[in-house]
Every structure is written in C-alpha cells, then in structure tokens.
Write a protein that binds this ligand. Structure first.
Ligand SMILES: *Cc1c(COP(=O)(O)O)cnc(C)c1O
Length: 403
C-alpha cells in the first residue's frame, strides 16, 4: 500500500489488463454478458426484474435438465451454493457420506461437519474418481445415512466422477444425493432429473462464463419434502430455503407475489440471463460437444509438446486439464511468463498437486480453438519446443463441425 501523505484510495480509474482466462475459473466473460450487466439497475422487486428472475429460473432448469421448481441462483459464489445444499438437507446428528477426491470434496465434508452432521468420508486418491462401489459399501455400513455428497467435476484435479452411477447406489438406499456441479454445468453432460440428483449447485463463472458471484442451485421435490420435515430450523438465516423461496417463487398463500428476503445482485442476474441466452442459442449439447472437441485439440497439441495429462483418459474433464509439469521446468516461471508476456492465465496445482500439475481450463467462452492454439503457441516459445500449434491447427481443421 502507498502510505504517502497525499495518497487517495481509489482515485485512479480502473486499469484492467486484457486477459485470456484459461485457469480453473473464472472463465472469459463474453462482451455481451458484460454489456447486459451495464444496463440500468432497477428495483429488485420491480415487475420487469421479477420477469427476468423467472426467465433465469427457466434457463437454469433447461441447463440443469430438470423440472425442479426450486431452481434459482443463490446470490453468492459457488461455495454458498454448496453451503445452501448442505445446511438445508442436513440436520445436527444426521449421518452424511461424502466422497472426497480433491479440494472441493473436502470442502463439502467440512460444510457437513459444521452443519452438525456425522460425516463418513469415502476417500479416493487425488486424480481418481469417486468409486460408486465404495459408496455402496458405505451405504451398507451406514444404513441410516441421510445424504451422500460428492463432486461431479473435481476442478482441483481435473477428474470426472460417474454421477449417474453414484446416484443409482443412493436410490437403492433411499438416500438423498447432493452433487457439486460447479464446473460441470454447461461443460459436460449433467442430467439432474435423468440421474435423480436431489440437491445440485453450480457457479456462474465456470462453464456458464458469467461473472463470479452467483450460484445456481436446484432442489428436487424429495429434497423439498426433507426440508419441510426438518426437526430444527436451518442454522443459516440467509441460506434457509424456506425463507428464500418467497423471493424466488410466488407464494402459494397470500395471493402470490414476491416478498423481500435480501436484495438480489440485480445486474449480476442480468449477466446470468445473457449467459443463459448464449447457452440456449448454441444449444446445451452443442456446448458439451464444443468443450470435448476443444479439449481433444489441446491434447493433440500437448502431445506434440511432449507434455502429458495427469488424469487417465477414462475420467478426464474436458474443461479442466491437469498437465504434468515436466522435470526441470519451473511451475511459477511458466505461469508467470504466460501471464506477463502472453496475458494468459492458467492455474497452479492445489494442495498436494502444487508444483506437480498445471490446471488448464477450457470453460465456457474460453473453450475455443483459437485459445488452444494461442496457449500452445505461447508454450512452444516458453518451453522452446515446436510442433504443437501445427498439430492443433490440423486437428481443428479436420474436426471442424459439418455445416
Ligand atoms: C470453483 C468451485 C467451487 C467454489 O466456487 P466459488 O465460486 O469459488 O465459491 C466449488 N466446487 C467446485 C468443483 C469448483 O470448481
């Protein structure tokens, strides 16, 4: 900080460097989303805003592939969506089984502990998926378990767990399923109704490519019945669904209408509206296919650079690529040069994988062939190797979608 006598805080205009965001989130936000957010702020109960809220709920339902009425964006980042699912579904003394294979699974387990639950961990090595068979064993060993939670797309390691298979184990035990879909929503197949997921949360800043700060959530009728039957009030006032519901839904009694709960971040909701409009224009399945194709192009280029992915092909996330840092190469130097010389952000490894992997995100608007080629070109220069751009260009030329 500048502590000279005539220093005035925030006196200079903002100077934001133009970046290409290829890290674990946020991803690049499309100009039209930023423009939408620059529209005039209206009252958070203005009829025009209530219409936008309703459209956003419908847009999220289609992105989540659900008919759940209780689908809306929590006015806070993904971690708040996580907390919303956990504190509403779990009561003190409940048993919760949490699959952990990275940072975000651990965070969910910690949320459950703080909600007063008895937490049974089902741990898998970092870099491997949560094992449905081990969830089944844990369900057998804990027949009273009230919920199973796990991360669908573990952004800390780049691993996809089989959410459908894990959910099927839970259904056999009539146990509710809580799923972290922060990085999966909009990037890879996610079927909230088709797979029978009960409480799902996501984030605005990953594959939806909106600005950070909103957390789309969806609760099934089974989850809502569980909440209605709670013995104790939800310990968080802000996240208590029974209170938030009156703001995002017309109340059934009292002639409908919305009631004040908190002031929604009006302009952020405009942004989410626009990013959902973009997703709808592209088509959800086309967006999944784009993430996959762009990932495959990256893989071809990385191979030409002599770099390897840390996750087996069977459980790789296309939108988050864990790249092994080669022997003798400095993690921080490479990331520093990418940012300083090429204005490209990638992520470092988290926890035990720090210094072992780079996390290259290709999420939402960032998932484009052009970004892959620019990233590979920068890596060719920094690592003093060649051939990657050529290989990726050839891949994208051949993989161009038929018109
Ligand atoms: C980013 C992320 C979160 C947390 O989201 P925030 O918006 O940073 O709070 C949770 N889970 C996963 C899998 C994530 O990638």
């Amino acid at each position: 900080m500048n502590d000279s006598a005539n220093y005035a805080p925030c006196a200079k205009p903002l100077e934001i460097p133009p970046r290409t965001l290829l890290g674990p989130g946020p991803s690049d936000v499309a100009p039209r989303v930023l423009q939408a957010m620059g529209q005039p702020t209206v009252g958070h109960l203005d009829p025009s805003f209530v219409k936008i809220m309703d459209e956003v709920k419908e847009g999220l339902k289609s992105a989540f592939r659900t008919r759940n009425e209780m689908t809306f964006p929590v006015s806070a980042p993904g971690s708040a969506g996580m907390e919303s699912c956990v504190v509403n579904l779990l009561e003190p003394g409940d048993t919760a089984i949490i699959g952990v294979n990275g940072v975000f699974g651990n965070r969910m387990a910690e949320n459950a502990r703080r909600a007063g639950a008895h937490v049974v961990l089902v741990e898998s090595p970092w870099g491997r998926p949560v094992d449905p068979a081990r969830i089944r064993e844990a369900l057998r060993a804990n027949p009273g378990a009230r919920a199973v939670g796990f991360v669908h797309a573990e952004t800390s390691t780049g691993v996809c767990s089989d959410a459908q298979a894990i959910a099927a184990e839970c259904h056999a035990h009539e146990c509710l399923v809580i799923v972290d879909a922060v990085t999966s929503l909009g990037g890879i197949p996610l079927e909230v109704d088709g797979w029978g997921l009960d409480a799902v949360y996501s984030g605005s800043q990953k594959c939806l490519s909106c600005t950070p700060g909103l957390s789309p959530v969806s609760f099934s009728p089974r989850a809502m019945a569980r909440i209605a039957a709670r013995r104790s009030p939800v310990q968080s006032w802000f996240l208590d669904l029974s209170l938030v519901a009156g703001y995002w839904q017309d109340s059934e009694q009292g002639g409908g209408g919305r009631t004040y709960h908190h002031t929604a971040p009006v302009n952020a909701v405009y942004g989410l509206y626009e990013s959902l409009r973009m997703l709808h224009e592209e088509g959800l399945e086309a967006a999944w296919a784009r993430h996959q194709r762009v990932h495959e192009g990256l893989c071809v280029g990385l191979e030409a650079l002599g770099l390897e992915l840390a996750v087996p092909a069977s459980c790789r996330l296309p939108q988050l690529n864990a790249v092994k840092i080669p022997e003798g190469v400095s993690d921080a130097d490479v990331r520093g040069r990418l940012l300083a010389e090429y204005s490209i952000e990638i992520g470092a490894g988290l926890g035990p994988s720090r210094g072992e992997i780079w996390r290259v995100g290709l999420m939402g608007s960032s998932a484009s062939p052009g970004n892959v080629v620019r990233f590979l070109g920068a890596m060719e220069q920094i690592l003093d190797r060649s051939g990657a751009v050529h290989a990726a260009d050839a891949f994208f030329d051949h993989a161009r979608p038929a018109r």
